[in-house]
Design a protein around this ligand. Structure first.
Ligand code: HAM
Length: 420
C-alpha cells in the first residue's frame, strides 16, 4: 500500500462512527444537565502553554509532544491534552468575568508520541470537563459524580475509581522533600526512569509499575502525613459527598498522576478488561494552574476520559438502543421513483435512517446490500407490486415477508418501529 495513515493515528471508520456519536451525544446530554458549555480550542498551541502548564519534568512534555517550528521559527505543539489550552483560553478571553464558576466541556483529538499498542495511540480523543472558579470540595464531588454518571450511562459497568489527595501546593512540596529523603541511597534499586525522576518528578516514583520500584516505595512515607488541616477537611468532605451519592471509590495513597499541575484531589478510573492500558479516564484539582499561566487566583478541577478506551470498555450492546434502519429496494424505473419518494416520506414521518438502493441491481444483490448495512426492515417495490398497489415488507431479523397495501404503509411501519 502506497499511502497509509501515520503510525498510531487511526481513521474512525463509518462502521464505528455511530457508536462514537452515541457516546458523544450521551455525554453532551449529561454535560448540559450539569450546566456545562462546550469549549473548542485550537489543536495547535504555543509550546510554553504545555511546558509551563503540564511541567517540564513530566513524560508528556519531556518526550511525548509533537513540537515543531513554524515558518517564522515559533515553537508550536499539537495539544497532548485539553486542560492547559482551556486555562489559556479562560485567561485570554476573561471568562471569569462572564461567570465566577465556569463550567466547560470539550471533545476532540489529542496527540502524544507514545509507543502505539492496544488502547494507546498517537492521536486519540478525549471527552473532558472542567470546573474553573471554586475551591470547594463540592466542586470536586460534582466533577467526580458527573464522570461516574457518564461512564455508567454509556454502559460501562465494572470500573474502578481510585482517589487520593496530594495536599495543597505547600503540602505537596513538603511531601516531595520527604519522599526524596526516603529515596536517597536507594537510587540503584530503582528503574532507570525512576532514578531520573527523583530530581525532576519524584512523586511519579510512587506509581511506577516496575516490581523493584514497587518494592522500594512499599514503605515510603504516606502523603497524608503532610496534609494541612484545610486539606484534611477538603478530602473528608468530598468523600462524604461521594458516599452520599453512592459513587463507588477506593483510596489509593500512591496515586499521583503524571501531570505536574495537580494539587489536593486526584482520581483515576480503570477497567480490568482493557489490558495494560487500563486507565479510561482521570483528573483532579489544579488550583495553581490558572495563576501560573498568568490568570486570577482561582480554584479548578476537571477530568478527561479517553474515547478509544471508553469504547473498548463499553460492554452493553449500544446498538440495541439504536434507531431502526429501513432500506428500500426497487426493480425498474417506475418502482425506483416510487421508492425514492416513499423513502423521503418515511424520513419525514419517523426521523429514522432510511437507505434507498440507487443501483439497478437484481433483487438478490439489493437484498445482500441491505443485509450488509444491518437494516431491520426492507421495503421491496417491483412492477408487480405497483400493479397490485402493495409493497413487500421484509423483516430482516425474522426473515418474514408480507404484502402491505401502499395506502397503509406508513401506519404499518409506525407499528413495527414501536414494536422493535
Ligand atoms: P491523562 O491521564 O493524561 O489526563 O489522560 C486522560 C485519559 O486520556 C487517560 O485516562 C486515557 O484514557 C486517555 N489517554 C491518554 N493518553 C492516551 C493515548 N496515548 N492513547 C489513548 N488514550 C489516551 C489528562 O489528559 C488531563 N488533562 C485530565 C484532566 C482534565 N485533569 C484535569 N482536567
Amino acid at each position: 500500500m502506497k499511502y497509509t495513515s501515520v503510525r498510531g493515528m487511526d481513521d474512525i471508520l463509518p462502521q464505528h462512527s455511530s457508536t462514537w456519536q452515541e457516546i458523544e451525544s450521551k455525554a453532551r446530554e449529561i454535560f448540559s444537565s450539569y450546566g456545562y458549555n462546550e469549549i473548542r480550542t485550537p489543536i495547535l498551541e504555543k509550546t510554553e502553554v504545555f511546558s509551563r502548564g503540564i511541567g517540564e519534568g513530566t513524560d508528556i512534555v519531556s518526550k511525548e509532544m509533537y513540537t515543531f517550528q513554524d515558518r517564522k521559527g515559533r515553537s508550536l505543539t499539537l495539544r497532548p491534552e485539553g486542560t492547559a489550552p482551556i486555562v489559556r483560553s479562560y485567561i485570554q478571553n476573561s471568562l471569569s468575568q462572564i461567570s465566577l464558576d465556569m463550567r466547560l466541556f470539550y471533545i476532540g483529538p489529542m496527540f502524544r508520541s507514545e509507543r502505539p499498542q492496544k488502547g494507546r495511540s498517537r492521536q486519540f480523543h478525549q471527552i473532558g470537563s472542567e470546573l474553573i472558579g471554586p475551591d470547594s470540595p463540592y466542586a470536586d464531588a460534582e466533577i467526580i459524580i458527573q464522570m461516574n454518571k457518564l461512564l455508567k450511562e454509556v454502559g460501562i459497568q465494572d470500573f474502578d475509581m481510585q482517589i487520593n489527595s496530594l495536599g495543597c501546593k505547600k503540602d505537596k512540596e513538603m511531601f516531595s522533600q520527604k519522599l526524596k529523603s526516603y529515596l536517597k541511597g536507594k537510587e540503584n534499586g530503582l528503574c532507570e526512569d525512576c532514578s531520573r525522576r527523583i530530581d525532576k518528578n519524584v512523586l511519579r516514583v510512587l506509581d511506577c509499575k516496575n516490581d523493584k520500584c514497587k518494592e522500594i516505595v512499599e514503605n515510603a512515607p504516606d502523603v497524608s502525613s503532610c496534609y494541612c488541616q484545610e486539606c484534611v477537611s477538603h478530602f473528608e468532605t468530598m468523600q462524604k459527598l461521594l458516599n452520599k451519592m453512592e459513587v463507588k471509590f477506593r483510596i489509593n495513597k500512591k496515586l499521583v498522576r503524571g501531570l505536574d499541575y495537580y494539587t489536593k484531589t486526584v482520581f483515576e478510573v480503570s477497567h480490568k478488561g482493557l489490558g495494560s492500558q487500563d486507565a479510561i479516564g482521570a483528573g483532579g484539582r489544579y488550583n495553581n494552574l490558572v495563576k501560573d499561566l498568568g490568570g486570577p487566583d482561582v480554584g479548578a478541577v476537571g477530568y478527561a476520559i479517553g474515547m478509544e478506551r471508553m469504547l473498548l470498555a463499553v460492554v452493553k450492546d449500544m446498538h440495541k438502543k439504536n434507531k431502526k434502519k429501513i432500506s428500500l429496494i426497487s426493480l425498474g424505473d417506475k418502482a425506483k421513483a416510487q421508492a425514492f419518494q416513499l423513502a423521503e416520506d418515511i424520513r419525514d414521518a419517523f426521523n429514522i435512517p432510511v437507505l434507498c438502493d440507487l443501483r439497478d441491481g437484481s433483487l438478490k444483490t439489493q437484498l445482500r446490500n441491505a443485509d450488509k448495512q444491518n437494516v431491520d426492515l426492507v421495503l421491496i417495490i417491483g412492477e408487480n407490486e405497483i400493479e397490485k398497489g402493495i409493497i413487500l415488507v421484509r423483516d430482516m431479523n425474522s426473515k418474514q415477508q408480507i404484502e402491505v397495501p401502499v395506502d397503509i404503509i406508513l401506519d404499518d411501519i409506525k407499528q413495527r418501529i414501536t414494536e422493535f
